[in-house]
Ligand binder design. Sequence first.
Ligand code: CA
Length: 653
Amino acid sequence: MKKLISLSLLLLMPFCMMAKEVKIASPNGKLQVTVNDDGGFATYSVMLNDQQVLLPSRLGFKADFADFSQGLTIKEDQTGTFTGDYRMWQVKQSSIRFKANTLSVTFENVKKLQMEVDFIVEDNDIAFRYIIPRPKADNPKCAVITKEVTSFCPNEGATTFLCPQIDPMKGWERTKPSYEEGYRADAPMNTRSAYGQGYTFPCLFRLTGNAGTSGWMLISETGVDSHYCGSHLSDYQRGGYQIAYPQQGENNGFGSTGAQIALPGATPWRTITVGETLKPIVETTITYDVVMPVYIASEEYKGGRYTWSWLIWQDNSINYNDQVKFIDLAAAMGYEFCLVDNWWDQRIGRDRIAQLSEYARQKGVSLMLWYNSNGAWNDAPQTPRNIMHNSIARDKEMAWLQSIGVKGIKVDFFAGDKQETMRLYEDILFDANRYGIQCIFHGCTIPRGWERMYPNYVASEAVLASENVFFSEHAAVQEPFELTLHPFCRNAVGTMDWGGVIMNKYLAPDNKGRHSRKTTDVFEIATAFTNQTAVQCVAVQPNNLQDVAQHELDFLKTIPATWDETRFLDGYPGKYVVLARRHADNWYIAALNAQKEPLNLSLNISAFNVKNLLIDEVNKKGLLTGSNILPLKTDKKGNLKLTVQPNGGAVLY
Ligand code: CA
């Protein structure tokens, strides 16, 4: 027996001796990544304040020319630093500075082929990617990555806030997947996803429970462009969540699920944001820190607010006279844009759209026009079709758009996350920039660093957006849950076109029929601050000029759409959120409460120059009577007690 033990020890010895470990810590030393090649597997693990937040998780991939998923040894490692200082116009912060420590680890597989893993570690953020050199013989010069084993294994007991990946070619006119599925909050990790297809990015975890950890973690990816596919996470399995590529059926089955890259080449960055609180999650800029602009802006793009007839008046409003009403409404509110939705080419016509654009221009408003992204891969019937996915038709169209003064397009109904589709996003953006046109995407994927990569990219839907509040009463009931969740996940990694501060009491053109809105007016107004997109929809209706309280209308005229700074103050995903945002010298603090009980907040607002409070008013029985603007009263130290009503809100400014 003794002999057997020593023999097996001897057998194990070579691997034990060979196992190598390298570490990198953040500039403040609190976040630490450990990379290991134990047993021939490349792994990384993460500690925050000496607590293990990510258990050893796999690194590696399989390519057509080599297997980098096993039989790996660390050959070399190199540390360094990385700093950045840049400006953004369409995200949560305008001037961004960061510093990071870096680690590059070179692994060699059994055939002596190499892959490198690059880590960038900021105080609360980690980004990593694979660099694939050409083999020594200089061939191949290109590769297909067929599968990654990259995984993320949060420590035991973590709970999840995740959005399921849906099966392809499902839903209305076979337009899925489009990142429009419902989130589940605080679910155990081993819960099966709704469709068994895993989860779309970003993925939020609460680190708590039996492992003794506490904190929050957000996992996503950035830097995905025409050179790679978009990824998501698998269902939870032994070893954690694994990077999953698009499903074969996306794009009506056309195009590959993996990635085709030139060698030497790099994969996109995968990002992990970790904090003791939700503050680093809300305020993270890692999505933008590690990418670079891929072309130069052809002009200075500007944000603004827009009116949108389609949300409540729907397809019937796509006619010249109704669009005039929404242009007049934008002008009355002092808003910069008016979005004309689907079918405009047929129901208004191109000549009349040119006239409408001129009418808008005279009122100081710019038009944005809707487009179908295809049509070769789903059945969405709306026109204009067959333009945006063809470079010849697209170029001609954009020249025409510029000639009639259209400033933006909203392109809808994309077809999943295959590299094919990523190319299309990039091609549309690049062409649009040549004609000074900014882009909003709907029925689409999440942006992955695109705000910095593409200067005319504004926002994506990629969320169960306001249209659902119109479509179903259930979604209206869910709205407060959704909007207190997204600052911590979807909107933390990219601008989000929710599509509207809704001021109608009822989701009907006459403001009477159909189901009611479940939120207070102040809740809705506060979402203009908690939802972040540089071209913000304020879905006011012409009737709101008469039926909404004057002080609310007046305030809506003043809301900014672009931000210099964003700070997390308080919140819990799906329950409530309190954020502060600064535009120029003006701070705004916005709170939303999605809970059934009034929310009592204790805030210290001494750091913010705010004087007024827009708040819901209730009578002695707790019934809503309207809203009011009051002078703010704090103690000498700037402490404030504030009660936010159920499905209600507050704005301090
Ligand atoms: Ca949609």
